[in-house]
Design a protein around this ligand. Structure first.
Ligand code: HEM
Ligand SMILES: [Cu+2]
Length: 529
């Protein structure tokens, strides 16, 4: 019996599910809905820029839209996305376990997620208007504005609890529940990436929790931690915010790199090049990534020494990422490459993430940063990283694992067409933003000067192609769910554990817990896998 078969009670059996696979799907469902809402908001913001002046929506609405768009995309999609959906579904299977260490805690994480999401939505319709601070909730504006900031901040706080519980659960599971013979160095690299991510989630998320609680206390009781009029310090807020939020970008990107590391060997029919370097570079990124937060604050006021140290550390954290790119390329070299849709998205990840990473290194340079700070360049950069990186990895993961998760095959032709639309639209939209930024177009501006208008038109047209591509991609998945032909156990010829069990997986994953005798990517016997 597969995990999808009804266990009595229909919807009720899903909402009380403790099976890690069902919980993964609960996250996927909710997340997809929010993702499309936020895409709709993004497209609306772009429509506004069809005119340089007053058009379609008011300036105050624009402020609310970019806040809500950012909050949903960051806190409800890219941060939780890969661990909550694919980590939950596949990590136990990849280590040969029947579930995570604490299945009921896992369900509780989902409820925290759903509650946080609901509160975020409520913040739009209650109080004095939707929050208009931007997703960073910077003080002093966030303590002065009359809009519904307290509820939005509280929503983010509850989402943080969800993230911490997932991290704890994964770390414990990976330590305690590996199948016999699965040593640390025989663990699939996606599992390594989730392990590194788990530590970031557990160690830094409490910091944002405290920060957000302080904002609420400041709003209700004027305690004066951040308010300079009372002896507080607004720059302290930025330090606390980024001490979490920079490492949070590694909560997004490290599991994405893990996904890519599973896909590339499968479609190159080669074992991964430099297994240990990839495993330990995840840990290195988690470590160094936690020490670079103040590169968001070069223009906020710090001592020259501090500026220098944070700039240097920012350059250093690029090294472990570069190691991975090198190892992926070396894996492809002389591989017998099959350009399946999942592989195409995975390779696009490498390309788009490289642009995101390089533009990040540019901003790590002090002089360049002063010029680019708070321009569209920043918006272009983080969309390359988060959307081109984590987003494309999310789609690659869906294309790779969809047959396993649902037991259905999708049509590859629309998947290729979706890729074409998305790839062209994406670069039209965000590369143009990089150019606009260097020309001096500030971010979060409602209106723009005439000299920026043509570029804005290109970006807006790009947003249409991108959105069309997303609709084709997800339409194809929906169609496959209902009409797709039955998937085999191993449609891509993968050799990690999930491909050894039926599609969709049986309720307890394995009839018999496997015994592991080799590394996870032993495509070339005789060589160390
Ligand atoms: C079709 C897809 C998308 C479109 C058309 C779009 C468009 C936009 C636009 C126009 C802005 C406002 C720029 C400004 O005024 O400064 C923005 C901001 C933002 N977007 Fe997107 N976006 C899309 C997808 C995404 C995705 C997938 C993510 C995350 C993975 C994301 C994360 C953000 C964030 C964090 C902000 C910053 C909000 C702020 O500055 O406070 N976006 N986006
Ligand atoms: Cu950062």
């Amino acid at each position: 019996m597969s995990y999808l078969d009804p266990q009595g009670g229909g919807l009720g059996s899903w909402l009380t599910a403790t099976d890690h696979k069902r919980i993964g799907l609960l996250y996927l469902t909710l997340m997809t809905v929010f993702f499309f809402v936020a895409v709709g908001i993004g497209v609306t913001m772009r429509l506004k820029h069809l005119s340089g002046g007053d058009y379609l929506i008011s300036a105050q609405t624009y402020n609310a839209l970019f806040t809500v768009h950012g909050v949903i995309m960051i806190f409800l999609f890219v941060i939780p996305g890969l661990p909550a959906v694919f980590g939950n579904f596949f990590m136990p299977i990849l280590i040969g376990a029947r579930d995570v260490a604490f299945p009921r805690l896992n369900l509780l994480s989902w409820y925290f997620f759903a509650t946080g999401a609901t509160l975020a939505v409520l913040s739009l319709f209650t109080g004095n208007g939707p929050p208009d601070t931007g997703w960073t909730f910077y003080v002093p504006f966030s303590i002065k504005t009359g809009t519904n900031v307290s509820l939005a901040v509280f929503a983010a706080f509850v989402l943080g609890l969800s993230s911490i519980l997932t991290g704890l659960n994964f770390i414990t599971t990976i330590h305690r529940m590996r199948a016999p013979g699965m040593t640390w160095h025989r663990m699939p690299l996606f599992v390594w990436s989730l392990y590194a991510t788990g530590w970031i989630q557990v160690l830094v998320t409490p910091i944002i929790g405290i920060t957000l609680v302080l904002v609420i206390l400041e709003r209700f009781f004027n305690i004066g931690v951040f308010d300079p009029a009372k002896g507080g310090d607004p720059v302290l807020y930025q330090h606390m915010f980024w001490t979490y939020s920079h490492p949070a970008v590694y909560i997004m990107i490290v599991p994405a790199m893990g996904v890519i590391t599973e896909i590339i060997p499968t479609f190159s029919r080669k074992s991964i090049f430099g297994y240990k370097a990839i495993a330990y570079s995840s840990i290195a990124i988690a470590g160094f990534g936690s020490m670079v937060w103040a590169h968001h604050m070069f223009t906020s006021g710090m001592a020259d020494t501090a500026d220098f140290v944070f700039s240097l550390l920012t350059f250093i954290v690029a090294v472990p990422s570069a190691i991975k790119v090198f190892n992926w390329t070396a894996t492809l070299y002389k591989g017998s490459i099959e350009m399946a849709p999942a592989m195409l998205y995975a390779l696009s990840f490498v390309f788009l993430f490289a642009i995101g990473g390089l533009t990040g290194v540019m901003q790590g340079a002090l002089g360049v940063n002063v010029h680019l700070h708070d321009t569209y360049f920043i918006v272009g950069h983080f969309h390359y990283v988060m959307f081109g990186g984590t987003g494309f990895a999310f789609f690659a993961a869906l294309l790779y694992w969809f047959p396993k998760m649902f037991g259905k095959m999708y049509d590859t032709k629309p998947a290729y067409a979706a890729w074409g639309l998305m790839f062209v639209g994406f670069n039209m939209l965000y590369f143009t933003m990089l150019v606009l930024g260097t020309m001096g177009m500030p971010r979060r501006y409602y209106a723009h000067l005439p000299q920026f208008h043509n570029a804005h038109l290109v970006a807006t047209a790009g947003s249409w192609l991108l959105a069309a591509g997303l609709l084709v991609l997800f339409g194809n998945f929906l169609y496959a769910l209902f009409r797709g032909r039955k998937a085999e156990a191993n449609p891509w010829g993968g050799i990690t554990l999930e491909w050894t069990i039926p599609s969709p997986p049986p309720q307890e994953n394995f009839a018999e817990i496997p015994t592991i005798t080799a590394g996870p990517y032993a495509y070339n016997p005789g060589r160390p896998g």
